[in-house]
Ligand binder design. Structure first.
Ligand SMILES: Cc1ncc(COP(=O)(O)O)c(C=O)c1O
Length: 482
C-alpha cells in the first residue's frame, strides 16, 4: 500500500521546523530578563483576533512565526523578573528543559504502561517533596494542574471521609439526603477552595469563617465554640498556610489541636506557604503540618517549575482510591509495581509534570530550593525597607514571607480618596507595562501586594519598581478629597 502523502508532508515539515524552532526557543528563554512584563496596548494588538476558520492552513513555519509575533505584541512575561502579580514563580533551567522534553516525548502518565519512567519520576519526586516539607513518607500524593485541583483532590478525600463517618459512600450514592458538611476556617481561605466547595456540592456559602480582624486572622475562641456546638459531628477544618494578601499563616498547631478534639478532617492549603519549611527563618510557620489529613502544594509558584503543576498529599491511600475510583474493562487495575496515578486523582490522561519536578530537585537538591526561597524572603524584606524609607509609601503588613502589602499615601487624603488613588495607580502601573503587579483589599484599604517567588527577580528590579511606581503616581490627576 502507498504511504499517505500526509505523513510524508508532516514529517518533512517537522524536520524543517525544528532548527528554527530551537533558535526561537533559545531566544525566547534567554531574553526572559529583557522582555517587558506586559506589552502596553495589547488589546489593540489583538483587536482583529476573530479570524474565520481557515479552510487551508498556512503551515507550521508561518503559524509559529505568527505566534511569536503575537507574543511580542501581547504576551505577559509571567516568568520574567518583574512579574509580582498573584503568586507566580519562574522556572529553573533544569525544570524548563525537562518540561520541554515532556512535550517532545509526548509522555502520558495516566498509567505506568504508557510511561514507566514518567510515573516512576512522579513517585520519586513526590517522595522528595514529602521529605522537603516534612510530610510522612507513607502518604500518597498526586500531581495535578495546580493548587486549585490539589484542593479539589484533598476536599474530595475529606468529603469521602465525612460521608463514611455518616455511614454513606458519597462517591457511590451522591449527596442526596445527606446533612450539610460543616467547613470551618479563617478569613485567609483561598477563593479556589470556595470554588471546589461549589463544584463538590458542599456549597461555597457553607463555609464558616471565624475572623478577628481586617487581615482575616482566625478567632480561635469562636472556632472552638463552633466546634463544641457540633457535638462530635464530623467536620472539615481548613488551615491556610500562606495567604495571598500579606503572606500570613493560620496558627497551625493550635488549629490542629482543636480539630483533633472534635472529630474533624484537617486540610492545609500550603500552595506557596509550605515552602516556608525550607528555611530555618520561616519553618516554624508550618511546624506540625505532618499532623494534618491532607495538604495542598503548588509547584508553579515557589518550586519554580513551569505551569501547570500542583500536588495533593492525603494521609489515607484507600480513601483517595475510593473517592476517585475508576475502572473499565479496557483499563488497567491499580497495581503497586505498575501504578496508575490516574486512579487516585481527577485526571485520567495527564502530561508528565513529573519530568520538571524530578529534574529541578535532582539538579539543585533541597539546598538549591532553600536558596530560591531565601532569595525571595530577602527580596520581600528589601522591598519592605524601601517602602518604609519612601515618604509617600505606607507599609501595611509585617512582612513575614514573600508578600509586601503597601499603599501609596502622599498624606492629607481621606480613606476613600486613598483607595481610589491606589486603584487608579494600580491600573496605571499595569498600563505602563514594565511591572506586573496587583492590588487587593486588606479590610477597607486598597493595597499593592507584590509577591516574590521567582529566582530571576533581582534587588535592582525592586529599586526600579518603587521608582516607576512613584513617578507614575506623581503624574496621576489629583481629584480633591471627598
Ligand atoms: C493559597 C492558595 N491556594 C490556592 C491557589 C490556587 O492555585 P492555582 O492557581 O495554582 O490553582 C492559590 C493561588 O494563588 C493560593 O495562593
Amino acid at each position: 500500500m502507498n504511504e499517505s502523502r500526509l505523513g510524508e508532508e508532516l514529517r518533512k515539515e517537522m524536520e524543517s521546523l525544528i532548527g528554527p524552532l530551537a533558535q526561537s526557543l533559545s531566544r525566547v528563554i534567554l531574553e526572559t530578563d529583557k522582555r517587558i512584563a506586559l506589552p502596553p496596548g495589547s488589546e489593540l494588538a489583538l483587536a482583529d483576533f476573530a479570524e474565520v476558520l481557515p479552510e487551508r492552513g498556512c503551515g507550521a513555519t508561518k503559524t509559529i512565526e505568527h505566534l511569536l509575533e503575537l507574543n511580542t505584541a501581547a504576551g505577559g512575561n509571567t516568568g520574567g523578573p518583574r512579574c509580582f502579580h498573584f503568586v507566580i514563580g519562574g522556572s529553573t533551567p533544569a525544570a524548563m528543559a525537562a518540561d520541554l522534553l515532556a512535550t517532545a516525548y509526548e509522555a502520558v502518565t495516566y498509567t505506568w504502561l504508557l510511561s514507566p519512567v514518567g510515573v516512576r519520576m512522579e513517585l520519586q519526586a513526590l517522595d522528595w517533596l514529602k521529605e522537603m516539607f516534612g510530610l510522612p513518607r507513607a502518604w500518597p500524593g498526586v500531581m495535578v494542574t495546580g493548587a486549585t485541583m490539589a484542593n479539589f483532590v484533598c476536599l474530595a478525600a475529606a468529603r469521602q471521609w465525612w460521608s463514611e463517618q455518616h455511614g454513606f459512600d458519597v462517591s457511590e450514592t451522591g449527596l442526596s439526603g445527606m446533612p450539610q458538611m460543616p467547613v470551618l476556617t479563617s478569613g485567609f481561605v483561598h477563593a479556589s477552595t470556595l470554588k471546589v466547595m461549589a463544584v463538590q456540592g458542599i456549597g461555597r456559602a457553607n463555609v464558616q469563617q471565624y475572623v478577628r480582624d481586617d487581615f482575616g486572622r482566625i478567632d480561635l475562641d469562636a472556632l472552638e465554640n463552633a466546634l463544641v456546638e457540633l457535638k462530635g459531628q464530623p467536620a472539615l477544618v481548613i488551615i491556610n498556610a500562606g495567604e495571598v494578601n500579606a503572606g500570613e499563616f493560620d496558627p497551625l498547631r493550635e488549629m490542629i489541636a482543636l480539630a483533633r478534639q472534635h472529630n474533624c478532617w484537617v486540610h492545609v492549603d500550603g500552595a506557596f506557604g509550605l515552602f516556608a519549611r525550607l528555611s530555618p527563618r520561616t519553618a516554624h510557620f508550618v511546624d506540625g503540618v505532618e499532623e494534618a489529613d491532607s495538604v495542598t502544594v503548588d509547584g508553579h509558584k515557589w518550586l519554580n517549575v513551569p505551569y501547570d503543576s500542583g500536588y495533593a498529599f492525603v494521609r489515607d491511600h484507600d480513601l483517595l482510591a475510593r473517592a476517585f475510583r475508576y475502572s473499565a474493562d479496557y483499563l488497567p487495575d491499580e497495581h503497586s509495581d505498575r501504578p496508575t496515578p490516574g486512579a487516585i486523582g481527577p485526571e485520567s490522561s495527564r502530561r508528565a509534570r513529573s519530568f520538571a519536578v524530578w529534574a529541578t530537585i535532582k539538579a539543585y537538591g533541597r539546598e538549591g530550593h532553600q536558596r530560591i526561597v531565601e532569595h525571595c524572603l530577602d527580596l520581600a524584606q528589601y522591598l519592605a525597607q524601601q517602602v518604609t524609607e519612601a515618604p509617600d509609601l505606607e507599609l501595611i503588613n509585617d512582612v513575614q514571607l514573600n508578600i509586601v502589602a503597601f499603599r501609596y499615601n502622599p498624606g492629607n487624603l481621606g480613606e476613600t480618596r486613598l483607595n481610589d488613588l491606589n486603584e487608579q495607580l494600580g491600573e496605571a502601573v499595569l498600563a505602563d507595562g514594565r511591572f506586573l503587579v496587583g492590588t487587593s483589599k486588606i479590610g477597607a484599604r486598597t493595597v499593592f501586594r507584590p509577591a516574590f517567588s521567582n529566582w530571576r527577580t533581582r534587588f535592582s528590579d525592586l529599586e526600579e519598581f518603587t521608582e516607576v511606581l512613584l513617578a507614575i503616581a506623581k503624574r496621576l490627576p489629583r481629584a480633591p478629597d471627598q
